[in-house]
Design a protein around this ligand. Structure first.
Ligand SMILES: Nc1ncnc2c1ncn2[C@@H]1O[C@H](COP(=O)(O)OP(=O)(O)OP(=O)(O)O)[C@@H](O)[C@H]1O
Ligand SMILES: N[C@@H](CCO)C(=O)O
Length: 323
C-alpha cells in the first residue's frame, strides 16, 4: 500500500477549504502504486483523488506534470484534471508534502490484458504524443542514461546480495547502453511509466491514462519500448509476439515510426528494461522493512533485459513490414 505520509482529518479539512469541492464525507488511503501517497476522497460533490508527492517527485516539476494533464485534457485525452484552488494555484501543501487534488477517473486497470488491449494502449500512447506536441513547458528525463548511472553507482556495491554476478552483468550492460544510446530520433513529451496500472478500461474500452509523474521530454520511441516491456510479456517471462505486434500496430495507426526509430527499437527496449530494473533494485535495497508498500521485483526486468540483448531486429517484436 502506498501511503508514505499519513494525514489527519483536521488537516485535510483545512486543505480542502482552499477548494470549491463541497464537504468531505469520507477518505481512505489507496492500496496501490509505489511512488506517491494517494487517497480517495468522497465529498458532497464529485469523488476526488488527493496525491501527496513523495521522494521521486521534485515539487519544482509539479507545474510540468499538472500543466501537462490540463493540456492533454483540453486536447480531448481522457486523463485526470487538477483542480484549482480559490487562489488559482493547482498545488498546495498537506502534512509537510506538496499535494494536489485531481479528478477521479472511472475505470479499472487490467490484470490480464490481451492483444486488443495492447492495441488500444498503442493508439492512446501515440495520441498522447501528438496531443503534447504544443505543450510549452519542458522537463529533462532525470531517469535516462545519466540517471541510470547515478542509480547504479548507489546500488552496485550491494547488487550481488540480490543475485550473484549482477554487478558484473549490469555494469557491462550499462556501458553498452552509454555508448550505443540513440541521440537523433524524434523527441517530444513522453509518459515514461505507462504500465498496466496506469491505464484504465471500462469493459474492453480504454477509458483513460493516469500517473504522469515521470513524464518528460525524451525520445518518443523510448516510450513505445517502455510499453512493450510493461504490456507484452507473459507472467512466465516469455515475450508475447501477438501483444507486441498489436501494440506496435496500434501506435503506428496514429503515429508511424520512422526507419531510424524502428532500427533503434532493440536498444531502446534494453534501455527501458534497465531503467525499471534499476529503480526496482534501488527500492529493493533501500525500502525499510515494514513500509506500507509492496516492493516490485527487479529480477523481472533483468530477464526482460536479457531477452532484448538477444534481439537482432525490430521485426522480432512483431513490427509489420512497411507497406
Ligand atoms: N485520477 C484517478 N482516478 C481514479 N483512480 C486513481 C486516480 N489516480 C490514482 N488513482 C488510483 O490510485 C492508484 C495509484 O495511483 P498512481 O498510479 O498515480 O500512484 P503512484 O504511486 O504514482 O503509482 P506507480 O507505482 O504506478 O508510479 C491507481 O492505481 C488508482 O487505483
Ligand atoms: N511502473 C514502475 C513503478 C512506478 O514507477 C515499475 O513497475 O517498476
Amino acid at each position: 500500500m502506498a501511503v508514505y505520509t499519513d494525514i489527519t482529518e483536521n488537516d485535510l479539512r483545512n486543505f480542502l477549504s482552499e477548494y470549491d469541492v463541497g464537504e468531505l464525507t469520507s477518505y481512505k488511503g489507496i492500496a496501490e502504486g509505489v511512488e506517491n501517497s494517494n487517497f480517495l476522497l468522497h465529498t458532497t460533490k464529485d469523488p476526488l483523488i488527493l496525491t501527496l508527492y513523495e521522494k521521486r517527485v521534485d515539487a519544482g516539476d509539479l507545474p510540468f506534470f499538472l500543466g501537462l494533464m490540463q493540456h492533454l485534457a483540453q486536447k480531448g485525452l481522457n486523463c485526470p484534471l487538477p483542480l484549482p484552488r480559490h487562489d488559482g494555484k493547482i498545488c498546495g501543501e498537506l502534512s509537510g508534502r506538496p499535494a494536489a487534488l485531481i479528478s477521479f477517473l472511472e475505470g479499472m486497470w487490467l490484470r490480464k490484458p490481451e492483444a486488443q488491449h495492447c492495441h488500444a494502449v498503442g493508439v492512446a500512447l501515440a495520441q498522447m504524443h501528438l496531443a503534447a506536441r504544443d505543450f510549452s513547458i519542458t522537463r529533462r528525463n532525470a531517469l535516462s542514461v545519466n540517471g541510470w548511472q547515478e542509480l547504479w553507482a548507489k546500488a552496485a556495491p550491494r547488487a550481488d546480495e540480490v543475485l550473484p554476478g549482477l554487478q558484473q552483468e549490469i555494469g557491462a550492460e550499462l556501458d553498452y547502453l552509454v555508448s550505443h544510446w540513440p541521440q537523433d530520433l524524434p523527441q517530444g513529451v513522453i509518459h515514461a511509466d505507462l504500465f498496466q496500472d496506469n491505464v484504465f478500461f471500462l469493459s474492453d474500452r480504454l477509458s483513460g491514462l493516469i500517473d504522469f509523474y515521470f513524464a518528460c521530454n525524451d525520445l518518443l520511441a523510448y516510450d513505445v519500448s517502455i510499453c512493450l516491456n510493461a504490456w507484452c510479456f507473459q507472467p512466465d517471462g516469455a515475450y508475447n509476439f501477438a501483444k507486441g505486434s498489436a501494440l506496435l500496430a496500434g501506435y503506428q495507426s496514429v503515429r508511424p515510426l520512422n526507419a531510424d526509430e524502428i532500427a533503434a527499437l532493440p536498444v531502446l527496449c534494453r534501455g527501458s528494461a534497465l531503467r525499471f530494473f534499476l529503480t526496482r533494485l534501488y527500492d529493493w535495497l533501500t525500502t525499510p522493512e515494514g513500509a506500507l508498500v509492496v516492493k516490485k521485483d527487479p529480477i523481472e526486468y533483468l530477464r526482460k533485459s536479457r531477452f532484448h540483448r538477444a534481439i537482432e531486429a525490430a521485426s522480432e517484436y512483431g513490427l509489420e513490414p512497411a507497406a
